[in-house]
Design a protein around this ligand. Structure first.
Ligand code: DC
Length: 222
């Protein structure tokens, strides 16, 4: 139980480890709202456009100050709203993910979004998903998970997702993009991607999505 009385669970891990669908389903099973914090970085990337991370810090801060984040619905159906609207499908591309990762290096971005994430965690019981949820944003969370998988497995899954969307892509290009993003997310100075000392680490490489959800629900219910 967090100090404010809210129940918070965290799921962190690298791009493509299956966090988003697992987190959404686990939130539904556990009766928690679901917060996709990567979507907040992606929303900023869309707002600023390509090369946004090279803008002056004041311009980035002004864009962030003008953005409002809220949650609608509950459980697996929770939606993150940015200025009252859900994110467009364009936010989900690997290209926007890379731009979000570039912005996520900047202290001004991390500080603003951390405050917005913590404010949401004061409003509702939450399953928060991202890179630094258990380490930095909600260190007091009652249960913490870290999902991982080999870069090759993650690239193959991403390829499958894109194919299902009718967007065939090149495996080697996806693998290179995932490795680049891992490297940047793991080696940045502020809030790098690492498992919290008290996180349950789950390697999903050889597990089905159902198995990962069951494991999280079982651990969280103990
Ligand atoms: O989870 P995602 O792929 O939607 O995240 C996009 C990028 O946003 C990710 O590469 C790094 C950044 N991010 C972050 O730095 N901290 C978070 N809590 C969530 C995402």
């Amino acid at each position: 139980m967090a100090s404010n009385g809210r129940r918070i669970l965290t799921i962190d891990g690298p791009a493509g480890a299956g966090k988003t669908s697992v987190s959404r389903r686990a939130a539904g099973r556990l009766g928690l709202a679901y917060l996709d914090t990567g979507a907040m970085f992606r929303a900023l990337a869309l707002r600023l456009g390509p090369g946004g991370h090279e803008l002056p810090a004041a311009a980035i801060e002004a864009a962030l100050a003008a953005m409002t984040f809220s949650l609608a619905g509950s459980g697996a159906d929770t939606a993150l709203l940015v200025d009252g609207s859900p994110l467009p499908a364009a936010a989900r591309t690997e290209e926007v993910g890379g731009r979000a990762s570039n912005l996520a290096v900047l202290p001004v971005v991390r500080a603003r979004l951390r405050l917005a994430q913590q404010a949401l965690g004061r409003q509702v019981d939450l399953l928060a998903e991202g890179r630094d949820m258990g380490t930095v944003v909600f260190p007091e969370a009652s249960r913490k998970f870290f999902l991982t998988a080999s870069a090759e497995v993650r690239a193959a899954r991403r390829l499958g997702q894109l194919a299902a969307l009718g967007k065939p892509a090149d495996y080697e290009a996806i693998l290179a993009a995932i490795r680049r993003r891992d490297d940047q997310d793991m080696h940045r100075a502020e809030a790098p991607l690492v498992p919290a000392a008290d996180a349950v680490v789950i390697d999903t490489s050889a597990l089905t999505e159902d198995a990962v959800v069951e494991r999280i629900v079982a651990e969280a219910s103990r």
